[in-house]
Design a protein around this ligand. Structure first.
Ligand SMILES: Cc1ncc(COP(=O)(O)O)c(C=O)c1O
Length: 441
């Protein structure tokens, strides 16, 4: 279907369109909608897929190495690094050997926090490697690269521990490597980068192999003690099978001598129960040893019973399980795309991503409109992620990125919410073009 770009409509046509859209929005205002596209949470039907976790142990609490998972501690480091079968599960998700993985508690985010805090205070690579000490010596704050749009909780960690963030643009194949290399040559206090390499939050892109290789080499191009935070939260969350592969960053890092500078994370939050899954840290023995020492002060050990439950539940059937998730959510993502295609394509007022996995769709509107669109949608009862949330400090410099999370609502709710959303995008764009024309000399 060919459509006239909104900016090419004659003034009277554009004003009539604005009036029609406003009238429709007014109608919807009375409809008492209460819809939410903000939550990157599994739907209740997805959670049901893992109800088999309940009772799976049937009284058999012994791990494969003989560890009694009910007690403190464990054999051969199982207390702090996790039981062997849970480490193997982490290895399967992260494409690593079990020995390269620590299986933790229910949150990978808290492991990220721990790694960042350790790098900052004590250093990850020996006594002389603390980022804060270097910051004090140089009188310059520690900085990290934040590919944008990105995941707000990564940004919150930085804000909380006092690390400044530097925006780097995302492309369809991952963060812009040229921009990164330029920044790194100019600023030795840039000490790390946040990466969500597969079905990135929120754009849904998968980092290309050449990008993964380049990122593995960044610790050689940056100032001292550079860390790649490789948050592979959506490693196995494909909609189509066989799964789309992601290049193995640790393999590239081993070749380039940077393996100790890569910290890999994953979790089962969106595989089993978001509130009661397992988090994993993967990487070199250097990294695991330092973090194990920190963990030793924090806990006698993570929940090994839950580790055993997960390992038994997912053994040999991770892919089948993820296919079942895909069958539940594929249609929701298709509904989002259908609305965007039918109601916005050809108007030249927005562009959006078409992820084939993960949890989000990212939409860029005309600059200056995200806040307005989100406000309009809220007026009629549709909650969207706050404007700016996908940028450090909540500041989207162009005020144009909106993240949509379609997994939690049901398809009918998504249809209704997307009708409102696309209406608000068109209305805000029409208003803006009318204003621009009025103020044009
Ligand atoms: C990129 C990314 N990392 C981490 C998390 C949270 O992980 P966890 O539940 O393991 O702490 C999320 C959740 O939305 C996410 O999108």
């Amino acid at each position: 279907m060919t459509r006239t770009r909104l900016a090419e409509l004659a003034p009277a046509e554009l004003e009539s369109l604005r009036d029609q859209l406003t009238a429709r929005l007014d109608q919807l205002r009375g409809a008492g909608l209460n819809l939410d596209l903000t939550r990157g949470k599994p739907g209740p039907d997805q959670l049901d897929l893992s109800n088999g976790l309940d009772g799976i142990l049937a009284g058999d609490f012994g791990a494969s190495d003989g560890t009694d998972t009910r007690n403190y501690g464990g054999l051969r480091g199982a207390g702090l690094r996790g039981i062997p079968e849970a480490r193997a599960l982490g290895g399967e998700i992260l494409d690593l050997e079990p020995e390269q993985v620590i299986a933790g508690g229910n949150s990978s985010l808290s492991l990220m926090y721990l790694v960042i805090e350790t790098a900052l205070r004590d250093g990850l690579w020996g006594p002389d490697s603390s980022w804060s000490d270097e910051a004090t010596r140089s009188g310059t704050p520690v900085r990290m690269l934040a590919p944008v749009p990105g995941y707000d909780r990564h940004f919150t960690i930085c804000e909380q521990v006092g690390i400044e963030m530097v925006n780097v643009p995302m492309t369809d194949s991952g963060p812009d490597i040229q921009a990164i290399e330029l920044l790194l040559t100019e600023d030795p206090m840039i000490k790390g980068i946040w990466c969500v390499p597969k079905y990135s939050n929120p754009t849904g892109c998968i980092y290309a192999e050449r990008t993964v290789e380049a990122i593995a080499g960044l610790p050689n191009r940056a100032g001292r003690n550079f860390l790649v935070v490789w948050d592979n939260a959506y490693a196995v969350h494909d909609f189509e099978f066989p799964r789309t592969p992601l290049a193995n960053i640790l393999g590239f890092a081993q070749v380039q001598g940077t393996a100790a500078h890569i910290a890999m994370f994953a979790s089962t939050s969106k595989i089993t129960f978001a509130g009661a899954g397992l988090g994993f840290l993967g990487g070199s023995e250097t990294l695991l040893l330092v973090i194990e020492e920190r963990l030793r002060a924090m806990t006698v050990g993570h929940d090994k019973v839950n580790q055993l439950r997960h390992a038994r539940f997912l053994r040999g059937r991770l892919e089948t399980h993820m296919q079942a998730h895909a069958n539940l959510i594929r249609g929701k993502f298709d509904a989002v795309q259908d609305h965007l295609d039918q109601e916005l394509s050809g108007l030249d007022i927005a562009c959006w991503t078409r992820p084939r996995g993960g949890y989000f769709v990212s939409i860029d509107t005309r600059p200056g409109l995200a806040r307005r669109i989100i406000g309009l949608a809220a007026e009629v009862g549709v909650a969207l992620t706050p404007a700016g949330a996908t940028f450090p400090y909540g500041r989207d410099p162009e005020d144009r990125n909106i993240r949509i999370a379609p997994t939690f609502p049901d398809t009918l709710e998504i249809e209704a919410a997307m009708e409102v959303f696309t209406l608000c995008v068109r209305l805000a764009a029409a208003e803006q073009i009318i204003d621009e024309r009025r103020s044009a000399p």
